[in-house]
Write a protein that binds this ligand. Structure first.
Ligand code: PLP
Ligand code: COI
Length: 361
């Protein structure tokens, strides 16, 4: 498969430097978008074609476009960071590219070559480099590659046309309020994904299916939903947009990849960063009963969530039908913060990239 060359059609009216700086002063999460986007089309029999960098703007879709009805869609999330010397690098874009291929396969979509995915991200970040927040804080440029089925028609089958797009958004913390522990509703009735389903694909339907549970959690005063397995309703899987880690003294444990949770790239990276810091790490099944019991008997010392948008976010309060409990006195735990600092130091270029994760532009 050859990588199409990305044709450059830059915007003739990008935002002024003053307008951009005003946004970068307080970007929030996913509220503002940069001046450009990259689009690549795929057509059956022709493959990938018409790769372009164009001004950011609306997509025009026929009302009968397949994705609007049957949700054949996948997406990714990765970040570009400003380093101390002013240069910019993305974190593990090849890993996102491979997961995008796996999601495409599961959704019956064409697989974008890894080098095309990475090149599309590079071209966008290079053109909109001024949108990458300054080094020093935790802000970054969040990249959102996605692909939709664009065939027009109401037949239910894999489409014969697709559109791949990368957009970029300057990003502050996903949870407002800095490193404040989040509260979790452990849902024993609503499930996110089933064995054999699409839980390990990054596809919009998983998130659509999580919204009612998320609203119910919010009504109970919780920030996030923790999903349990769909068969026994007892094994902890993940949050709606983050993986989970349990800290047992100097060992960190994350739920095993069962096929119904996302193989997070932050999750994978932390298995390695834990080793760098001298912690043990393990992938294991953890039940909601064990979570509660081990918190109460003091062996489970901290819990945190992790993901590209959320970075590492401590879990403070857990509520479930069986009761409510607190992790590490509702404060960010020591191991959580050490892992967070170590990972962010690699991502922002403050620490050596010992694992070869940073992709320089
Ligand atoms: N789980 C879900 C459902 C997610 O949406 C995400 C976010 O991408 C994650 C876990 C964490 O994955 P990553 O660390 O690759 O961002
Ligand atoms: C990410 O972390 O990149 C995600 O896609 C999760 C979403 C909650 C923003």
């Amino acid at each position: 498969m050859t990588t199409p060359t990305i044709e450059l059609k830059p915007s003739s009216s990008p935002l002024s430097a003053a307008e951009r700086e005003a946004i970068l002063a307080n970007p929030g999460f996913g509220r503002h978008f940069t001046d450009h986007m990259v689009t690549i089309r795929w057509t059956e029999g022709r493959g990938w074609h018409d790769a372009q960098l164009v001004p950011y703007g609306p997509l025009s879709l026929d009302p009968a476009t397949n994705v609007l009805h049957y949700a054949q869609e996948i997406f990714e999330g990765l970040k570009a960071y400003r380093r101390p010397d002013g240069s910019v690098a993305t974190f593990r874009p090849d890993a996102n590219a491979r997961r995008f291929q796996a999601s495409a396969h599961r959704l019956g979509m064409p697989e974008l070559p890894v080098e095309t995915f990475v090149e599309a991200c590079d071209v966008l970040v290079r053109h909109d480099e001024a949108w990458v927040p300054a080094h020093g804080g935790e802000d970054s440029l969040y990249l959102r590659p996605f692909m939709i089925a664009t065939e027009v028609g109401l037949g239910v089958r894999p489409a014969n046309e697709y559109l791949f797009v990368v957009i970029a958004s300057p990003a502050g913390p996903y949870f407002p309020g800095g490193v404040k522990p989040v509260s979790i509703w452990a849902s024993e009735d609503r499930v996110r994904a089933v064995p054999g389903g699409v839980g390990d694909a990054k596809t919009g339907g998983n998130y659509a299916a999580s919204l009612l549970a998320q609203a119910e959690a919010a009504a109970k005063g919780c920030d996030q939903v923790c999903y349990l397995d769909a068969v026994e309703h007892k094994w902890v899987e993940e949050l709606g947009g983050m993986n989970l880690y349990f800290v047992y003294g100097n060992k960190i444990v994350t739920p095993t990849l069962t096929g119904s949770l996302l193989a997070g790239i932050t999750r994978d990276s932390l298995l390695k960063v834990a080793g760098d810091l001298g912690y043990e790490s393990e992938e294991a099944r953890v039940s909601i009963d064990q979570w509660q019991a081990d918190t109460e008997n003091g062996t489970l010392t901290e819990v945190f969530a992790c993901g590209t948008a959320a970075v590492i976010t401590p879990v403070g309060t857990v509520k479930s039908a069986r009761g409510e409990w607190q992790q590490s006195g509702g404060e960010p735990g020591e191991v959580t913060m050490k892992l967070r600092d170590a990972l962010l130091a690699i991502q922002t270029g403050k620490a050596d990239d010992v694992h070869g994760w940073m992709h320089e532009l």
